[in-house]
Design a protein around this ligand. Structure first.
Ligand code: ADP
Ligand code: MG
Length: 461
C-alpha cells in the first residue's frame, strides 16, 4: 500500500471518533512522508499540531497504523507538507458517504475556498484586486472616487493619496486596484506595491548586505508607488527617514504615491511632522463601515461569483450578524458555501445563523493573544502588566520573549502587530525575541518541555 493510501486508511479509522471541527483542526494538512525501519514519519503543518498529535492522538494513530501495517512500531512527527495533501478531499467524500449533516465547520479556515491568483513578482500586485469587483457604497465612496481620479490623473491631482480605515474594510483591495488599473491602461509604466512590513524587512536586509543603493533605485524609479499599512513605519525613525527620502524623490518628479494606514496621519503619534504635512498636502480619504444594505449588496455580488445559490434569507442573516468588516463577511459566506456543499440539503436561515454564531464563538475557545498572555503570566507567576510593559527585570524578559514566540508560532501574528500587543515595541525587538527562543530551543530541552506545558495551559485557559 502506498504511503498516501495508508494515511487515508488511517484517517478513515480515526475520523468517526472525533467531532468534525476537531478532526479538521488536527488532521488537515497531515500526511505520511516516509516509512522506514518500522517508523512512520507523519508530517504536520506546525509545531502546535505536532505536540497535540504526539500527546493526545499518538496511541490512536499508532493503533490504526498497526492494524493496517503491522511492521510499524513507531511514529515520528515532523513539520512539513505531505507530497499529496489529502484530508480535504478525503473529508468531503467521507462526509457525503456518511450522509449525516456536518457539524458547523467552526475551525475551517476561510482560505480553503478562496482562490488566490498569483501575485505579480515585479509589481507585487495581486490581480484579484480590481475596480471591477470593488463594491462602492456611501462608506467608501470618497476613497473610491479619489482612487479613480488618481488613475486618470497620475501624479498630478491627488498626490499622495492617503486612504485610511479599520481592518478588513477594503484598503488593500482599493490601493491594489489602482495599481492593476494603471497597468491595464499603461502597461509600460512601473508600478510597485509594498506592505510597510515588507519594506522595512527589505531595508534591514539591504543594510546588512550593503545594497542600499539597489534598494533606493528599486523604489525611486517607479511611476506609481503604493505603500500598504504605513502605520508600522512610523515606529522607527530610521525607517521613516528612508521612507521620507523615497517619498520626496518620487514626489519631486510628480510620481504618484498611494498610502494606506489604519488611522489618519494626525492620529499616528510618532509620525514625523514633515511627513505628516506632506500627506496633508495630498488627499486624505477614509473608508468607513458598510451599512446593512451595503453588506447585503456585497454578499449578493460575492455569492453570485461563487456559483452557489444561497437564499436571500441566508444572505440577510449573514449581513445582520457580521457587521465588523468585509473580510469577515467573505469568511462567513465562504463557510456557508462550504457547509451547503457538504450537506445534501440547502442551508436555511436558521442553520446559517447557527453556523455563523458558532464560528464567532469558536476562536475564543481556541487561541488568542489574550489567552497566550494570560497563560504565560500565570505560568511564570508575573503580572500581565509587567509582561506587556517596559519592565526590564530579568525574570520578565524571558517569559515576554516566550509569549511573543507563541503568538508568532500559533497565531501567525505579524511582528509589528506583536510589538503592538507589548506596549508598542519595535518589530525588530520582536524578531530578535522570537529568534532567541527558537535558538534556545535547539540547545535547551527543558525549554521544549516548558513550551509543551505552556501550550497545554493556553488551550485550557
Ligand atoms: P484592509 O486592507 O482594509 O484590511 P482588504 O482590502 O484586505 O482590507 O479587504 C478584506 C477583504 O474584503 C478582501 O478580500 C477584499 O477583496 C474584500 N473587500 C473589501 N472591500 C471590498 C469592496 N468594497 N468590495 C468588494 N470586496 C471588498
Ligand atoms: Mg490591508
Amino acid at each position: 500500500m502506498e504511503k498516501h493510501e495508508l494515511w487515508q486508511a488511517v484517517l478513515a479509522k480515526i475520523e468517526p471518533a472525533l467531532s468534525r471541527p476537531n478532526f479538521l483542526t488536527w488532521f488537515q494538512g497531515t500526511g505520511i512522508t516516509e516509512i522506514a525501519g518500522g517508523t512512520a514519519t507523519v508530517c504536520v503543518p506546525n509545531g502546535f499540531v505536532r505536540e497535540w498529535l504526539a500527546q493526545k492522538h499518538h496511541k490512536t494513530i499508532l493503533h490504526a497504523l498497526r492494524e493496517i501495517s503491522a511492521d510499524i512500531r513507531e511514529i515520528a512527527y515532523i513539520i512539513g507538507k505531505p507530497d499529496r495533501a489529502a484530508p480535504s478531499d478525503f473529508l468531503k467524500t467521507r462526509i457525503l458517504r456518511r450522509k449525516r449533516p456536518p457539524t458547523p465547520a467552526a475551525f475551517m479556515p476561510d482560505e480553503m475556498s478562496i482562490i488566490e491568483l498569483s501575485v505579480n513578482p515585479e509589481t507585487c500586485l495581486n490581480p484579484r484586486y480590481t475596480f471591477a469587483n470593488f463594491i462602492v457604497g456611501s462608506f467608501n465612496e470618497l476613497s473610491h472616487a479619489a482612487a479613480q481620479s488618481v488613475v486618470k490623473n497620475l501624479g498630478t491631482t491627488y498626490n499622495p493619496l492617503f486612504v485610511y480605515g479599520g481592518v478588513g474594510l477594503g484598503k488593500t483591495h482599493l490601493i491594489q486596484a489602482i495599481g492593476n488599473e494603471v497597468l491595464t491602461r499603461h502597461p509600460s509604466l512601473k508600478v510597485r506595491y509594498v506592505p510597510s512590513e515588507k519594506y522595512m524587512g527589505e531595508i534591514v536586509d539591504a543594510l546588512r548586505n550593503q545594497q542600499m543603493g539597489a534598494l533606493k533605485e528599486k523604489y525611486r524609479s517607479v511611476d506609481l508607488f503604493i505603500m500598504d499599512d504605513l502605520q508600522f513605519i512610523a515606529r522607527t525613525e530610521k525607517m521613516q527617514e528612508e521612507f521620507f527620502h523615497t517619498f520626496n524623490a518620487l514626489y519631486e518628479r510628480n510620481r504618484q504615491i498611494v498610502i494606506s494606514s489604519d488611522r489618519p496621519p494626525q492620529a499616528i503619534a510618532t509620525l514625523e511632522s514633515r511627513l505628516r504635512s506632506r500627506f496633508e498636502g495630498g488627499m486624505i480619504a477614509d473608508v468607513g463601515l458598510p451599512d446593512f444594505e451595503t453588506r447585503l449588496t456585497i454578499l449578493k455580488t460575492k455569492a453570485a461569483t461563487k456559483e452557489m445559490a444561497l437564499s436571500d434569507d441566508v444572505l440577510r442573516c449573514i449581513a445582520e450578524h457580521v457587521t465588523n468588516n468585509i473580510r469577515e463577511l467573505e469568511g462567513a459566506l465562504n463557510r456557508l458555501i462550504m457547509a451547503s456543499k457538504l450537506s445534501a440539503a440547502p442551508i436555511d436561515a436558521e442553520a446559517a445563523r447557527k453556523i455563523i454564531t458558532n464560528h464567532a464563538a469558536a476562536p475564543k475557545k481556541f487561541l488568542s493573544h489574550k489567552k497566550i498572555l494570560k497563560a504565560v503570566s500565570d505560568f511564570y507567576d508575573i503580572g500581565e502588566k509587567d509582561l506587556i510593559h517596559h519592565s526590564r527585570k530579568k525574570d520578565v524578559v524571558r517569559p515576554r520573549q516566550i509569549a511573543m514566540y507563541l503568538m508568532r508560532e500559533n497565531l501567525k501574528t505579524s511582528y509589528p502587530a506583536i510589538g503592538d500587543k507589548f506596549g508598542g515595541r519595535d518589530h525588530t525587538t520582536v524578531i530578535h525575541s522570537c529568534e532567541k527562543v527558537a535558538q534556545d530551543l535547539l540547545i535547551n530541552p527543558e525549554l521544549e518541555e516548558e513550551l509543551k506545558a505552556l501550550r497545554e495551559k493556553i488551550l485550557l485557559t
